[in-house]
Design a protein around this ligand. Structure first.
Ligand code: DSN
Length: 469
């Protein structure tokens, strides 16, 4: 069945038309089911969310806004996009008189680029958390030798950082640097930072510089929707998000922007926000062509799912499970950056173990645990990260509870111990490490043994959205 309820004939099915691709997708499905998915930005969407993605909506062009399209035949597409907008505003408790939303960005990076393009234009000044400190590429990342992200090529970026002693954002330093850099946008957003953001403090710093405050809530948008962590909407002018992380929707992006009065000058004059037109026009025709209507419909389904008591219960469990992971690691002698977590993610610093993230990530992948290497505060290069980032959203969607997460951490620690064993018996380079890992028979046997137990454990849990294999 596809998203419209039509049945395919046997001959039309992917399995018959393209067995090679069918086989690869089947293998990926198998990997997802048999493994432990701990990448903090991933999740498992429901069957209802996946259905519109393979529907007739894929076929339609609809450049423009609902009611003002450059193509005919958009009667139902308009209704779909308006429904998605309405649900987005409702979910976050936003008054349509004071907030608008654009649901067309293809994902988070394009959403951020559109905001900078529309609001500050070429060479406008932006300040975001540095990537090695937990920020995102699209917050203006550059190094001393290279402008890595296009957001640092087309806009002038200056980072703020963590206090390496605490692993927490150094707001005082941000305020001091902002006074020198005069940013036009300050970005309160993260890719790997496990503590609540102080939006009030961010707003004070933005106001002092007459800058807009942009929250990139991509990682936490599901937690915000459920009301289990502080919301950025009270203090921010613009909020961007992806829709497939904690929000558990289809891969896409959204930009929320304020409308109405921005500030009142000393002489009583009201200054109005003028974000709506600038942001909408930056998305289209500025940066994108036709919106991905199948994604927008699937996001709308996810927004409906997110507006339920069950979703709130899910997000509460996401927080519990992340805390359980953090505590278990600490009890077993590991260092968790910032000493814990307020959200869905944790960052484990492997420097005290004498290890780095790349080697451990590789071994964990081999035993069926998916996570990612990540920089820790004080790391000199994003290319040699010292830590591992873990998140609880995906496995919580598979109904793992606190005790299950303790078992998950124990598997990870087995993997880290194996990493130590291999690292201590080979040469110092990553190449030598990989060679030993891939060819040493005793090491292979140990990996297969742990992998077998990981798979047996993972297969006990339901997998949302998937047909049986
Ligand atoms: N790739 C996402 C993450 O892992 O945080 C952000 O884009």
């Amino acid at each position: 069945m596809n998203g419209t309820g039509d049945c395919w004939t046997e001959q039309e099915r992917l399995e018959k038309v393209d067995p090679e691709m069918y086989d690869l997708i089947r293998k990926e499905k198998n990997r997802q089911r048999k493994g432990l998915e701990l990448i903090a930005s991933e999740n498992f969407a429901s069957r209802a969310v996946l259905e519109p993605l393979s529907s007739c909506l894929n076929n339609k062009y609809s450049e423009g806004q609902p009611g003002q399209r450059y193509y005919g035949g958009n009667e139902y597409i308009d209704q779909i996009e308006l429904l998605c907008q309405k649900r987005a505003l409702q979910l976050y408790g936003l008054d349509p008189e004071k907030w608008g939303v654009n649901v067309q960005p293809l994902s988070g990076s394009p959403a951020n680029f559109a905001v900078y393009t529309g609001v500050v234009g070429p060479h406008g000044r932006i300040m975001g958390l540095d990537l090695p400190d937990g920020g995102h590429l699209s917050h203006g990342f550059m190094t001393s030798s290279r402008k890595v992200s296009a957001t640092s090529v087309f806009f002038e970026s200056f980072p703020y950082k963590l206090d390496p002693a605490t692993g927490l954002i150094d707001y005082d330093k941000l305020a001091e640097t902002a006074r020198l850099f005069h940013p036009q946008i300050i970005i309160a957003g993260i890719s790997c930072y496990s503590r609540h953001l102080d939006y009030k403090r961010f707003k004070e710093i933005a106001d002092e510089n007459d800058a807009y405050l942009l929250a990139d809530m991509a990682h936490i948008s599901g937690l915000v929707a459920a009301g289990v962590i502080p919301s950025p909407f009270e203090h921010c002018d613009i909020v961007t998000t992806t829709t497939h992380k904690t929000l558990r929707g289809a891969r896409s992006g959204m930009i929320f922007f304020r409308k109405g009065v921005r500030k009142v000058l000393k002489n009583g004059t009201e200054v109005k926000y003028d974000l709506e037109k600038r942001i909408n026009e930056a998305v289209f025709p500025g940066l994108q062509g036709g919106p991905h209507n199948h994604q927008i419909a699937a996001v709308a389904v996810a927004l409906r799912e997110a507006n339920t008591p069950a979703f709130k219960t899910y997000q509460q469990q996401v927080l519990v499970n992340a805390k359980v992971m953090s505590k278990r690691f600490q009890e077993k002698g590991f260092t968790v950056v910032s000493g814990g977590t307020d959200t869905h993610l944790i960052l484990v610093d492997l420097r005290p173990q004498g290890l780095d993230g790349a080697r451990a990530e590789k071994v964990l992948e081999e035993i069926g645990v998916a996570c990612n290497k990540n920089t820790c505060p004080g790391d000199k290069s994003a290319l040699k990260p010292s830590g591992l980032r873990f998140g609880s959203p995906a496995l919580t969607s598979r109904n793992l509870k606190a005790t299950d997460f303790e078992q998950v951490v124990d598997f990870i620690i087995e993997g880290i111990n194996l990493t130590k064993e291999v690292a201590s018996s080979c040469g110092p380079t990553l190449k030598e490490f990989r060679a030993k890992l891939e060819t040493d028979e005793a090491v292979r046997a140990k990996i297969q043994a742990v992998k077998g137990r990981v798979e047996a454990f993972a297969e006990k849990f339901p997998m949302p959205g998937f047909d049986e294999l």
